[in-house]
Design a binder for this molecule. Structure first.
Ligand SMILES: C[S@@+](CC[C@H](N)C(=O)[O-])C[C@H]1O[C@@H](n2cnc3c(N)ncnc32)[C@H](O)[C@@H]1O
Length: 168
């Protein structure tokens, strides 16, 4: 019995660590305070739709739904990360305000997003920028943590936390 659970734990840990680097950065979470700063910079309003591209352990979704009253959608490729995000939404009793899509975010439909949050790498910036410019509605905001877009002038910048704000 012990060996079964130890093996299961090992498989889950390996999936958690190994799946994300196939698609982009490893699953490194953003600090909670930095998330709050980013959502404030984006001026996220109650009932607006927030997308986190690469939702990781779901912490952005929880803060957006619980503290800002937003409808939060996470798009995440890692199966374990998705399960953790779903679990956190249930635990925090906000599952009616949170949706997690287990998929590659390049294939997600972002047309109803009011705010997009992304903590990724510069390698992903070019392709993502094109998708956002193509799909986002007019007035939508994008906040990027630790990376910026090559050909999109940011509207505002939090230098201390390295958070960029873009407006469509
Ligand atoms: C640096 S972590 C950020 C997690 C979370 N957004 C946060 O700020 O705490 C990036 C996440 O993006 C996910 N990811 C990377 N490329 C992806 C893709 N193309 N589609 C969906 N998820 C992706 C990874 O699995 C990882 O969990």
């Amino acid at each position: 019995m012990f060996l079964f659970f130890a093996g299961l734990f090992l498989i889950i840990a390996i999936l958690y660590i190994l799946v994300p680097p196939f698609f982009g950065p490893p699953s490194v979470p953003t600090r909670h305070e930095r998330i709050r700063k980013a959502l404030q910079l984006a001026d996220l309003q109650p009932d607006e739709v927030l997308y986190d591209l690469g939702a990781g352990d779901g912490r952005v979704l929880v803060i957006a739904a619980k503290e800002f009253g937003a409808q939060a959608v996470g798009v995440e490729i890692g199966p374990v990360q998705c399960a953790v995000s779903w679990g956190k939404a249930l635990w925090n009793k906000i599952s009616s305000k949170v949706r997690v899509e287990a998929r590659n975010f390049y294939h997600a439909d972002l047309s109803n997003a009011d705010v997009v949050f992304a903590y990724l790498t510069s390698d992903q910036a070019g392709r993502l920028q094109e998708k956002l410019k193509r799909e986002l509605k007019s007035g939508a905001r994008v906040v990027t943590v630790a990376f910026n877009f090559p050909d999109w002038e940011h509207t505002s910048l939090d230098r201390e936390n390295l958070i960029f704000l873009y407006k469509k």
